[in-house]
Design a binder for this molecule. Structure first.
Ligand code: ADP
Ligand code: MG
Length: 484
């Protein structure tokens, strides 16, 4: 955005986020909803829209949605109903999608985001349950569009924000926060690239100081966090330019083109009445009892913001380190499992944030696929803290442990890497090093104390890296300071 326009206009943004739930089976049919199966194998007559089939509600769809509602401070409706959203599309054989319309199960919540130097609450209008449609495949057959119905009926939640977002950056942080929360709650894997987390952005502009909102457009097809930020930036600029040139924003749906980095028109925006929403007659109302709510509350894990606070205030980690550790729930879990075995938060976090993250990066794997167990890692760090190994041995053992399930102590002793802190063993080595380097000894005694490093190096070499450098330093300095 150019600075002049920036001073003159303000953007107003609201996001609609769809998250595919990690339930084992579909929303209303007893068949797997797992991603990636052979086409059209995970379908039942219900998914195919056969007449006479009846939906049966998956209890976990309700439970997972309520988890998300509680985690975002939403009110939970005691009674809500499903609604049919009617439209025609080849990947929607029923001719309607089961969704919720005027009684969402969760409403009125908020999510706190942190943007560079400020924090801000973004209101959550509603979170409702719905089912996904199938998938139309346009790029596999030169003449036909293929349809895969495995996804038809996969459970989704839609999280609708208030129009509280003001910049593309805020939209980006909001979406990141949603991903973090769904991952902590284990209700969705949060993968935008694979489409298990999808985001539509509603964007309008208004002159600064004006209360009324401008006409909005809706952006679709942004399949990464960066693209959400980019597409919104592009759209704000497009609208400002349009208005500055005397034009008017038309309410419409736009598709983001990630290659051309621009939006293009998809269709004029439909209105709610186009969908002929009406109550779903085949499903009873959803009644949420207090005992169900209590039950779900006990399932909730500690949420990321709280965990971060605790890592800083109770464990004494820096905010930056705590942020990286808690960004991903499983990394934080890994850290805490190791911490139970070795109560050294800083030493553990240092190794995780440098060595462990380096390996995850290099191998493009997640912490769940990382092969050094928390037990092994804490054992390794204990060896170092107790001065039983030196830094280079620690590195060697760390690398070995990636491929081995051996105990770090056994590994260190098998590789002959345990430090020797025995002066009886070091004594002859130090004597020999001094005898074979009389010049250096002389110069040291004349004041060139920087040679200490040289002597320690020699002793380390002679001991094949096993000497405890602290002890070597003490012993060498005792001997050199003595004139013999
Ligand atoms: P729809 O029925 O088209 O989905 P909603 O009223 O449910 O519309 O709003 C969808 C999203 O659009 C919400 O996230 C809301 O915050 C956002 N929104 C509504 N009005 C505006 C506006 N003028 N500018 C930007 N976003 C808006
Ligand atoms: Mg909508």
């Amino acid at each position: 955005m150019s600075t002049i326009s920036n001073e003159k206009y303000e953007a107003v943004i609201g996001l609609e986020v769809h998250a595919q739930l990690l339930t084992k089976s579909k929303a209303f049919a007893a068949v797997s909803s797992e991603y990636g199966g052979a086409p059209n194998r995970q379908v039942t007559p219900l998914c195919l829209g056969h007449p006479g089939t009846l939906p049966v509600l998956n209890e976990n769809l309700v439970r997972y949605t309520i988890r998300m509602g509680l985690a975002t401070g939403c009110k939970i409706s005691e009674k809500s109903i499903f609604a049919r959203k009617n439209y025609f599309y080849p990947d929607l054989p029923k001719g309607y999608q089961i969704s919720q319309y005027d009684t969402p199960i969760c409403y009125d919540g908020n999510i706190q985001i942190e943007v560079d130097d400020y924090v801000k609450d973004i209101g959550i209008t509603r979170i409702h349950m719905e089912e996904d449609a199938g998938k139309s495949i346009h790029d596999q057959d030169p003449y036909h569009t293929l349809v895969d119905l495995n996804r038809a009926g996969t459970p989704l939640i839609e999280i609708v924000s208030e129009p509280d977002i003001r910049t593309p950056r805020e939209a980006y942080e909001y979406l990141k926060k949603i991903r973090q929360i769904v991952q902590y709650l284990e209700v969705c894997d949060g993968n935008m690239e694979e489409g298990s987390l999808r985001c539509d952005a509603n964007v309008s502009i208004r002159p600064r100081g004006q209360k009324e909102f401008g006409t909005r457009t809706e952006l679709k097809n942004m399949n990464s966090f960066r693209n959400v930020e980019r597409a919104i930036t592009f759209e704000i600029e497009r609208q400002i330019e349009l208005v500055e040139n005397g034009g008017e924003v038309v309410q419409q749906t736009l598709l983001w083109d990630p290659n051309k980095l621009e939006t293009r028109q998809m269709r004029s925006k439909e209105e709610a009445h186009d969908y002929r929403y009406f109550p779903e007659p085949d499903l009873p109302p959803i009644i949420v009892t207090n005992s169900l709510l209590d039950d779900i509350r006990t399932e909730l894990p500690e949420l990321p913001d709280k965990r971060l606070q605790r890592f800083v205030s109770e464990l004494g980690l820096s905010r930056e380190d705590a942020e990286i550790l808690t960004d991903n729930r499983y990394l934080a879990d890994y850290f805490e499992t190791a911490l139970h075995l070795l109560n050294e938060p800083k030493a553990l976090s240092n190794v995780i944030l440098t060595e462990v993250l380096r390996v995850l990066n290099e191998r493009s794997i997640t912490i769940s696929e990382f092969t050094i167990t928390p037990e092994q890692l804490s054992g390794l760090i204990r060896l170092k803290l107790e001065d039983k190994i030196n830094s280079s041995a620690m590195q060697t053992i760390f690398n070995e442990l990636i491929e081995s399930d051996e105990d770090p102590n056994d590994l260190a002793s098998r590789l002959n890497l345990l430090q020797v802190s025995d002066s009886g063993f070091l004594e002859p080595i130090i004597r020999e090093v001094m005898e074979s380097n009389p010049d250096e000894v002389k110069r040291y005694r004349e004041g060139k104390t920087a040679l200490m490093g040289f002597f320690i190096g020699q002793v380390m070499k002679q001991s094949k890296g096993k000497a405890n450098p602290k002890l070597v330093r003490e012993m060498v300095s005792l001997k050199l300071d003595r004139t013999e």
